[in-house]
Design a protein around this ligand. Structure first.
Ligand code: PLP
Length: 338
């Protein structure tokens, strides 16, 4: 198969089970590209784990997890114009006006009220918590949501907001990006159910259980001076042009920007994309033990990779490793190896 996510199924499921077992009450998040696996694959795994609630990112993603037997929390806040009830759906509300609109609907939708954290993505101003609590009689209040940043003293912030919210109305706390140990601490201190919404650490936590591979589609020998590709570049020495599955449509070489905080991180970012500016970029394709240079920028569904003379080229149909971010890659298939 072209670009494949290979899963060592037993190892992966062992990790899922132990993670879910160690961190009681987690809410598996399946959004976007489904962390490389696809949302419906993950929804089935979440069901097998016995999770009563699943989280998706957007309302548009609900249909892809329709087979999930439990409830589905939508992480993006409800806004006027979004469907209110679809049964088994828990809405996130981030503005007083939206909470009022939902309360006025009359059919008491299930609602989690999000409070703005230092993350500042969505949520009520903490000063509005009391006003929100006054509107909860006309919805099925399912708790408070806190989306914390990845850096900083998250437990202190979570404690402060937990105190402010639970004083106004008791209910579970749905947290994101709190460390599992801090989640347990918060639950203990508040005597409240704390549900950690988690994707990456769950689905991608067992790195050695998953890998990406690409099929070699073609191999051509190049002599010095031969031209190739859309740009008709010239080989500056002899070698091979390896055509591999995986292009821009899969997200190859379109990395999500990384916060390049350290010199080392900047160097890595440069190696992964920045060199495009000077005409060469290191590809994520690993052939004969090394990442190889793109012969030219990736095409829509395949890439041309330069293999220097002296390195034995792979055969057509072989699979080579690909070092990609699973959250930015769209695979053609997921191969569950049993
Ligand atoms: C994506 C998302 C999560 C899950 O994030 P991971 O880093 O993948 O665990 C949790 N909460 C919210 C609000 C999100 O948008």
């Amino acid at each position: 198969m072209p670009l494949t996510l290979e899963v060592d199924t037993a190892r992966w499921r062992d990790h899922l089970k132990s993670y879910a077992g160690e961190h009681a009450g987690i809410v598996p998040v399946v959004k976007g590209n489904g962390y490389g696996f696809g949302r419906s694959v993950l929804a089935a795994e979440a069901a097998a784990l016995g999770s009563p609630v699943l989280a998706v990112g957007t309302y548009d993603e609900l249909s892809s997890v329709a087979d999930f037997p439990g409830e589905t929390l939508v992480l993006s806040p409800w806004r006027p114009g979004t469907p209110t009830t679809t049964g088994r759906v828990v809405h996130t509300v981030s503005r007083l006006s939206d909470l009022r609109s939902l309360a006025e609907e009359g059919d008491r939708p299930d609602v989690v009220v999000e409070v703005l954290t230092s993350m500042r993505r969505h949520g009520l101003d903490p000063a509005e918590i009391g006003a929100a609590a006054g509107l909860l009689a006309d919805v099925r209040f399912r708790g408070w949501a806190l989306h914390l940043p990845l850096d900083g003293d998250r437990l202190t912030e979570a404690r402060r907001l937990a105190d402010a919210t639970l004083t106004a109305a008791s209910g579970p706390l749905w947290v994101s990006h709190l460390k599992p140990a801090d989640t347990a601490t918060l639950a203990g201190e508040t005597g409240t159910e704390v549900r950690l919404r988690v994707g990456t650490a769950l689905w991608l936590g067992a790195r050695d259980a998953i890998r990406a591979s690409a099929t070699v589609l073609d191999v051509h020998q190049l002599q010095r001076g031969d031209t190739y590709g859309y740009r008709q570049r010239r080989a500056w020495r002899e070698g091979h042009l390896v055509v591999v599955a995986g292009g821009t449509a899969h997200g190859i070489a379109l990395q999500a920007p990384t916060p390049a905080a350290t010199m080392r991180q900047r160097a890595i970012a440069l190696a992964n994309g920045g060199l495009e500016a000077i005409g060469r970029a290191l590809s994520p394709f690993v052939i004969a033990g090394s990442k190889r240079w793109f012969a030219e920028p990736p095409h829509m569904q395949c890439s041309m990779v330069w293999l220097p003379g002296g390195v034995t080229p792979p055969e057509i149909g072989d699979e080579v490793g690909v070092d990609v971010r699973y959250t930015t890659t769209t695979f053609d298939s997921v191969r569950m190896i049993t």
